[in-house]
Design a protein around this ligand. Structure first.
Ligand code: AMP
Length: 367
């Protein structure tokens, strides 16, 4: 189950379809025990309960009737609040057991008005059965007899529940997620990823994660990771995936409240891209866009040799190592673009020109 988008909002998995079905089976059994030999009337409250009511019936063995009602709200002429009216009640419920089937009970306003109206027709008993119940916000005294799931004050969609019309057809239930802005800055060494990342970070209040910088920090501090990474970096080769992925995930986990991340120099292999996807999905987020900076090889070599003159990066000082880094990029890293292109998240930007011109080209894509 992945993160999904409905209109402008993102939702992550909350209750899996198989768990919903298991719970509904148990509810059906509880209902049979309560009604014993009587023939109850299941009364679904539209629209949200249509799926829950259908599945509940599927698992209910005894004789029963099913009908649906709708609660219409309208503004009263003299009163201030809205008035609720029950429409569509076709059955006589006098002296019958009525099972009200709701998708969600939150403050309880709707269920209260449904129950009050039904009571006026003299049923033998009313049993309230709801898929979701929010005890934290429930403010009425009517007992909610059979809630399938108790949830917090969360915004949920799926399995009958909608967000502005969408999501009712989903088999699982999803919860809204505060969407992070996660961007991959892509391109060969010397394309200007670090420079553009600094601008983006400032503008969107994002965390900039450069795997190259993290490795160099570890080398400087003579850590075990640094020592391992150095043996690859000095030759212009890639540090093994497993080491890099673990390190990157640990860095992301250091910023639980981040607005999002700019990944600079990661992912550099398809395996890294796949691992990042799985990792972000578990956190209820995803990559929004990969932005690739396009710069020709001669320009890259010139830029890196120039940078090598006043930096302490040994891999920028030797043209043979620089050329090896570029060929490693062409052979192992360039394919990562396909991974994002397939998802419609890839944009190529011309990486030659003034820094602020390139930044404006990126802004057009992001905003
Ligand atoms: P950079 O600063 O991005 O040019 O990276 C410098 C060097 O760090 C690379 O040539 C690799 O040896 C290593 N490195 C950085 N990021 C990665 C990565 N995602 N996977 C493997 N090696 C990496």
């Amino acid at each position: 189950m992945a993160v999904i988008k409905l209109h402008d909002k993102y939702f992550k998995p909350r209750i899996e379809a198989s768990i919903i079905q298991e719970r509904i089976k148990k509810l059906a059994v509880s209902i049979s025990q309560i009604v014993d030999t009587e023939r109850p009337l299941f009364l679904g409250v539209l629209n949200g309960s249509f799926r829950f009511a259908a599945d509940l019936m599927q698992y209910y063995d005894g004789e029963c009737d099913i009908s649906f009602v709708k609660v219409a709200s309208y503004e009263g002429l003299k009163t201030t609040g809205s008035v609720k009216q029950l429409i569509g009640l076709e059955y006589s419920i006098k002296d019958r057991i009525v099972i009200v089937v709701e998708d969600i009970v939150d403050t309880g306003n709707t269920i209260e008005s449904v129950v009050n109206t039904l009571k006026s027709y003299g049923p033998k008993r009313i049993i309230i059965c709801t898929l979701l119940f929010k005890p934290e916000v429930y403010s009425k005294s009517i007992t909610i007899d059979l809630p399938a799931f108790e949830v917090g004050n969360e915004f949920l969609v799926g399995y009958g529940l909608d967000y502005d019309g969408l999501g009712r057809n989903l088999n699982d239930i999803y919860i809204i997620t505060n969407k992070m802005k996660n961007i991959v800055l892509f391109g060969p060494p010397g394309a200007g990823k670090g420079t553009q990342a600094a601008i983006l970070m400032e503008k969107h209040n994002l965390i900039h994660l450069s795997t190259g910088d993290i490795f160099r920090f570890n080398i400087k501090n003579s850590t075990e990771l640094g020592e391992l990474a150095k043996s690859y970096m000095d030759k212009g080769e890639l540090v093994p995936d497993e080491v890099t992925i673990n390190m990157l995930e640990a860095e992301v986990d250091k910023h639980p409240d981040a607005n999002g991340f700019i990944f600079d120099g990661f992912p550099r292999t398809t395996k890294q891209a796949e691992a990042l996807e799985v990792f972000l999905t578990k956190k209820g987020t995803t990559i929004e866009q990969m932005i690739a900076l396009n710069v020709n090889e001669d320009e890259l070599v010139n830029r890196l040799l120039l940078r090598g003159k006043d930096s302490d990066r040994p891999d920028d000082k030797d043209e043979a190592i620089i050329r090896n880094r570029i060929s490693v990029y062409n052979e192992q890293t360039a394919v990562v673009a396909d991974f994002y292109e397939k998802q419609g998240k890839f944009s190529k930007i011309e990486g030659i020109g003034a820094i602020d011109e390139i930044a404006s080209r990126i802004a057009v894509v992001i905003e």
